[in-house]
Design a protein around this ligand. Structure first.
Ligand code: FES
Ligand SMILES: [Fe+2]
Length: 457
């Protein structure tokens, strides 16, 4: 299909959502690789979820935001930190989500517990998010110095004589549910939450092939984005904006033929192949051209070799040496592709090797979002775990290109530059809602359907 084609003819025989981009599918590309990727990459799961518009008010109405603060965030599992952020007894991490705040602490018994980050005395936060240091043997309030043991039980109350009405047993910290998966610590503020596994759906089974606990945080960025958290996330839930937003990638990224999967209310996935050209390009592209666009020397590509296969082969050696680990048996798809799992409400996990990211999106206000990127690198074969990277904070205007050696900087800048225009345009709209593609934007629709379920309680 040419970039100039106005529209493919509509096939009345196809049910809604069944149409696909002409040209090779992701599964065709996988078959052509001829190696043996793990079974989850062979799976395809899509169902048509409707085609009504999604109201723009969801992105700027304070009442909608307030409903999310009341009914979504306190009632859903969220990744609070990595286990490596609190490796020793007494280490703590603060996780804020809107006005909610959680203190995650590793106990003397090495168990990780989570508490509402608010002093039972007069409400003081025990610590701010991002503040350094641990709580050591006790969680001590900075205001009047009351303290609690690492299991949340009351430890010490200065001027105890003035509180005859307080029973120690009733004055513990407000503990909430806490579980771990893949080296991530998850919290849930609800009274009787379902097990985390319920929300993770296929993720534990799929990620058996890509253990996330065997990785460490090699880079961590926190960027403020000028849009509602859902609008910001949706920029990362589909790949077909490559055509207009990232045109430099058209020779090396299969965009319109990306695969989209909906595994359940909470988990979806896209996979787009790297090292193959976009089906939008009007003419066949030579392998040497793709190889050159991948940053390789086209003269070094032997005749009959695909740029994708050769790029993967070279990367296995280069990244294997850089990580101090053996990547020789990793499939081409895992080496190269953008394999992106979304976990409702706000987390993304990329198990690939070259694209090895995690994202988290958190509302800072109705139209402001904190977007975190964690580069999760495989541990060296020695098993030694480097300390997690300290977050680098970027303001709305700051470019990712200020981070030395961050390969995705240009792409991420392009993604985030769209947001201000989209936010303003959505507010200016008289149409009142966004119209989604049935296949390529199905994950955005799934996000909204699940959100509606939470808001309905
Ligand atoms: S507010 Fe915490 S001890 Fe007073
Ligand atoms: Fe993008």
């Amino acid at each position: 299909m040419s970039r100039r084609d106005p529209a493919p003819p509509r096939d009345p025989a196809l049910p809604p959502g069944a149409a696909r981009c002409p040209g090779p599918s992701y599964q065709d590309i996988l078959a052509a690789d001829g190696d043996d990727p793990p079974p989850p990459l062979r799976e395809q799961r899509y169902a048509f979820l409707g085609d009504g518009d999604i109201p723009f008010a969801r992105y700027h109405d304070p009442a909608f935001y307030e409903a999310e603060m009341e009914r979504l965030w306190p009632n859903v599992w969220q990744w609070a930190c990595r286990e490596e952020h609190i490796p020793a007894p007494g280490d703590r991490h603060v996780y804020d989500i809107g006005r909610h705040s959680v203190l995650v602490v590793r106990g003397e018994d090495s168990r990780i517990r989570a508490f509402i980050n608010s002093c039972p005395h007069r409400g003081m936060k025990f610590a701010r998010e991002g503040s350094r240091g641990g709580v050591r043997r006790a969680i001590r309030c900075p205001f009047h110095g009351m303290s609690w043991n690492l299991d949340g039980s009351l430890r010490e109350m200065p001027c105890r004589w003035d509180f005859p009405h307080v029973r120690e047993a009733d004055f513990g910290l407000d503990e909430i549910a806490c579980e771990t998966w893949g080296g991530f610590v998850f919290i849930h503020m609800g009274a009787a939450p379902p097990p985390l596994a319920h929300q993770l759906e296929v993720i534990p089974e799929h990620f058996r092939h890509w253990p996330m606990d065997d990785r460490y945080v090699a880079l961590h960025t926190e960027k403020v984005l000028p849009a509602n958290w859902k609008m910001a996330m949706e920029a990362f839930l589909e790949a077909w904006h490559v055509l207009a937003t990232h045109p430099q990638a058209l020779y090396t990224a299969a965009d319109a033929n990306a695969q989209y999967d909906i595994f359940g209310p909470h988990v979806s996935r896209f996979i787009h192949a790297i090292g193959v050209p976009s089906p939008h390009l009007p003419r066949p592209v030579r392998e040497e051209t793709v190889f050159a666009r991948l940053g390789r020397d086209p003269a070094a590509l032997s005749p009959g070799t695909s740029a994708r296969a050769e790029h993967a082969r070279l990367l296995r050696a280069e990244l294997g040496a850089a990580f101090g680990t053996d990547l020789s048996r990793v499939s081409t798809a895992e080496m190269l592709d953008s394999i992106e799992y979304f976990l409702f409400p706000n987390a993304f996990f990329f198990p690939g090797i070259n694209i090895r990211l995690c994202y988290r999106f958190r509302p800072l206000g109705v139209e402001e979002t904190l977007h975190e990127i964690l580069l999760l690198q495989p541990l060296p074969a020695s098993g030694a775990r480097p300390a997690p990277a300290t977050p680098i904070r970027l303001g709305v205007e700051d470019s990712y290109t200020t981070i030395p050696g961050f390969a995705l900087a240009e792409i991420l800048d392009q993604d985030t530059e769209n947001l201000l225009l989209q936010r303003e345009g959505a507010r200016a709209s008289r149409k009142g809602g966004q119209t989604l593609g049935n296949y390529q934007e199905a994950r955005i629709r799934r996000l909204h359907l699940t959100l509606e379920q939470y808001l309905a309680g």
